[in-house]
Design a protein around this ligand. Structure first.
Ligand code: 1CP
Length: 345
């Protein structure tokens, strides 16, 4: 195969090659911990409207790279744009988080439609194209979407919660409505990701932030199968690597790796790293794992853990990242220090 990504360190590693130092980026690298983000955010009354503003969304996508020179930018958007495109009303309320109205019943599921959903997200493809034009040839642009189960937990619950049990009960009580919802999410998400790749995304990531705690049969049905199906549909159309993040799924990561459907697997914070390297590493390129709260703390604790991760994965293709996103309290100078540690400078 011709090596078209030779100048992008992250693409090389995602293709299975090792590197002198791990390429890196950070989950939630754009966001509230950066003053320049808050400045642009304050000009927008609504978060969704901000996501649909390509010029400003492209700008905040690029902001963290100007400070820290990571190897990749991640598109500034949100996993909760898809519910809006399917016909549910989504808004973000200050201090409260997302509100999705009305929360889903089987009747309401039958009123949603994936028809034309990807077209309604066209400002996002414009953001992707703008960022790709401004990003250097050696930098990777990551497009993304929420995984069907994770997006469904918000659609069914109607708001953000630390406990997605309403969606689990819905899955048991209303299997047909759940299957219909998953099919709409799979088809709209696959199309949305294909359009991001066509606009210039080099890599695509699927966030299954609520994959933890599902019994194995439900994990197979609602996490593994839909994400494998999205990967299959995307790869039938565009030649881009896909990273999957089944957060908190523990030993079920093994089934995900064995599916062979994903180029990369994003690790959460409590993953045993030697186990991951031994059992998952042969099947997928590994990314992540650092506790974001260590970057709030900084200093020796942060350095020791970064060095532990780098040493663990030395000699294997590994992308440095967090096990979940930066929290708003993260001091930007700690991110600068962490970037220097990873670069070995
Ligand atoms: O007003 C603001 O600035 C709101 C903060 C914010 C930001 C910066 C939200 C609301 N979304 C985002 C951007 C975002 N979201 C990005 C791009 C920026 C980057 O990563 O640098 C990405 C990749 C996401 C993905 C996302 N959104 C996930 C998956 C990753 C994860 O954190 O687990 C999830 C679960 C969301 C939902 C969401 N969006 C925003 C909030 C506050 C939430 C969580 C709601 C909740 O569960 O309570």
């Amino acid at each position: 195969m011709m090596d078209l990504n030779g100048s992008k360190p992250l693409m090389k590693v995602l293709g299975g090659h090792t590197a002198d130092r791990p390429p890196f980026w950070f989950m939630r690298q754009a966001g509230r911990y950066l003053p320049e983000y808050r400045e642009i955010r304050s000009r927008h009354p609504g978060f969704i409207e901000f996501c649909f503003s390509p010029e400003d969304a492209a700008e905040v996508t690029l902001q963290p790279l100007r400070r820290y020179d990571m190897d990749a930018a991640i598109l500034f958007a949100d996993i909760l744009l898809i519910p809006g495109a399917l016909g549910q009303n989504v808004r973000f309320v200050k201090g409260e988080g997302p509100l999705l109205e009305p929360s889903l019943s089987p009747t309401l599921v039958s009123r949603l439609s994936a028809e034309g959903a990807a077209d309604r997200l066209s400002p996002i493809y414009e953001t992707v194209a703008r960022v790709r034009r401004e990003l250097g040839d050696n930098k990777t642009l990551i497009g993304f979407a929420g995984s069907p189960w994770t997006v469904a937990t918000y659609m069914i619950n109607g708001r953000g919660t630390k406990d997605p049990s309403a969606a689990r009960v819905f899955a048991y009580r209303e299997p047909q409505a759940m299957a219909d919802l998953m099919e709409m999410l799979v088809s709209s998400t696959a199309e949305y990701l294909i359009r991001q790749a066509e606009a210039g995304a080099d890599v695509l990531k699927l966030f299954d932030s609520w994959a933890a705690g599902l019994p194995e049969p439900l994990f197979d049905l609602l996490c593994l199968r839909p994400n494998v199906e999205i990967a299959r549909r995307v790869k039938a159309k565009v030649d881009v690597p896909i990273i999957y993040f089944p957060k908190g799924s523990g030993p079920l990561y093994l089934k995900v790796a064995q599916s062979g459907a994903f180029d990369g697997l994003a690790l959460d914070t409590h993953m045993p790293m030697d186990w991951a390297k031994r059992e998952l590493g042969p099947k997928a390129v590994l990314q992540g794992g650092m506790d974001p709260l260590l970057v709030v703390e900084g200093g020796k604790a942060m350095r020791d853990e970064a060095e532990r991760l780098i040493a663990t994965f030395e000699g294997t293709p590994y992308i440095f990242n967090l096990g979940h996103g930066f929290v708003p309290e993260t001091p930007p100078e700690h991110v600068a220090e962490l970037s220097r540690i990873i670069k070995g400078i």
